[in-house]
Design a protein around this ligand. Sequence first.
Ligand SMILES: NC(=O)c1ccc[n+]([C@@H]2O[C@H](COP(=O)([O-])OP(=O)(O)OC[C@H]3O[C@@H](n4cnc5c(N)ncnc54)[C@H](O)[C@@H]3O)[C@@H](O)[C@H]2O)c1
Length: 229
Amino acid sequence: MARHGASIALLDRLDTVADSATALAAETGVRAVGIVVNVADPASIESALDRVAAELGIATILVNSAGITSGNPALDTTLEQWTKVLTVNLTGTFLVSQAFARRVIAAELAATVVNIASMSSFVVNIPQTQTPYNVSKAAVAMLTKSLAIEWLRHGIRVNGIAPGYFASDMTRDFVKANPEMAEEWIGRIPAGRIGEPHELGELLVYLASDRSAYVVGQNILIDGGYTIV
Ligand SMILES: NC(=O)c1ccc[n+]([C@@H]2O[C@H](COP(=O)([O-])OP(=O)(O)OC[C@H]3O[C@@H](n4cnc5c(N)ncnc54)[C@H](O)[C@@H]3O)[C@@H](O)[C@H]2O)c1
């Protein structure tokens, strides 16, 4: 997004997010701010979006990407673990979208939302066990469709991306803890490799921009062919 000239507000619970924004601005030349937020906390979201508006103007593109995984088999999953995954992945996506939409509607601006779901919205990944994660991502896909219908009349276009396996901190940590996993994953991917973040970025730019003006409420798979075999 930055390489295409967008000003960027990075919102994350990590306290390194301001440094990430500074590095992004230096690399790309765009304006960028990093703001600590907890997507599960409405007050934290409100103050983060206020800061975005004060520093960069009201945001008109929202990418909901905050997410956590779950590792336990369903039989051993506690209510606390279940609730945590659903709260961040699903409720967090809803709360941030709602706060964002209220602002752009009040300002009578056109906007786009892109929700990062997962191919786990559609298939059960194996061999890992991650029932709460799969359920949360399936729900994010329906949230995307529902918000797309409710908000189209307000000039807000909502779509989703459903990635397969991509190189990120999340997958690196997971593979480190479960080294045999990467081999098994790659064996199941027709493309024969894990995706690189820049390959997903192009789709994100497309969905966030007017070039996709007639794409509404879709959850677009980008998975190296994983889900077609
Ligand atoms: N990497 C993959 O293979 C893959 C595949 C499919 C979907 N996804 C999805 O893509 C998104 C990004 O994942 P990633 O792989 O880059 O993982 P990641 O762990 O690198 O990034 C997720 C980010 O979410 C942040 N976060 C977690 N809880 C938060 C909270 N309560 N408030 C604010 N921020 C919070 C984390 O600090 C982290 O920076 C996630 O929604 C994930 O489910 C990833």
